[in-house]
Design a protein around this ligand. Structure first.
Ligand SMILES: [Zn+2]
Ligand SMILES: [Zn+2]
Length: 187
């Protein structure tokens, strides 16, 4: 296979990994009063990180790693958007962990690819930017925005996956009304 074909097939596999995470999430939610899976932050409340709670909904077949992940040693590439977890650290008054509270599920991303250097977490920390745009450099510190030839993959809360260019992502993170990472109606 040529390098270009290999790059493209990795990107396609990565998108299908995310699609499978989306399907498992929807099945998980229907078993849990339409609540989204939680992170290690909810351990004290008896919650189990999505890294453990989703796999049973896919018979253990979910691939949590992107083949192009530069960091070969971590167990998972994909991280959940903390805005969609209960009382995220940056905006503890918010709770968008139930699907019914998310007004534009087709616009708000649920999982994305972690950057090579964003380690030791099962979630992004985007709620710090509640009501604001995110500076591109700060977003790219957490999210791998150009892993697949200038693009990367995003799973949205309705289960669809988009392969977005960094230019397109920058448009969405600069517009607080886009609902891209912040599900609230901040304008
Ligand atoms: Zn990928
Ligand atoms: Zn955290």
């Amino acid at each position: 296979m040529s390098r270009t074909m290999l790059t493209r097939s990795h990107a396609v596999n990565c998108a299908s990994n995310l699609r499978q995470i989306g399907m498992a999430t929807i099945m998980y939610a229907s078993d849990h009063a339409m609540s989204l899976p939680v992170t290690t932050h909810q351990r004290r409340a008896g919650g189990l990180s999505w890294t453990l709670s989703l796999q049973p909904y896919a018979s253990g077949t979910i691939t949590f790693k992107c083949a192009d992940d530069e960091e070969k040693n971590r167990p998972y590439t994909y991280l959940i958007n903390d805005f969609l977890t209960p009382n995220p650290a940056g905006a503890p008054d918010l709770d968008f962990s139930r699907l019914s509270k998310i007004q534009r599920p087709e616009r708000t991303f649920l999982f994305a690819e972690a950057s090579a250097t964003y380690l030791n977490s099962d979630h992004f920390h985007l709620s710090d930017y509640h009501g604001h745009s995110v500076p591109p450099a700060a977003f790219a510190e957490q999210v791998a925005v150009q892993r697949h030839g200038g693009k990367s993959n995003f799973l949205f809360t309705d289960g669809h996956v988009e392969t977005l260019s960094w230019e397109e992502v920058q448009l969405r993170i600069s517009n607080t009304g886009s609902h891209f990472f912040d599900p609230t109606n901040a304008q």
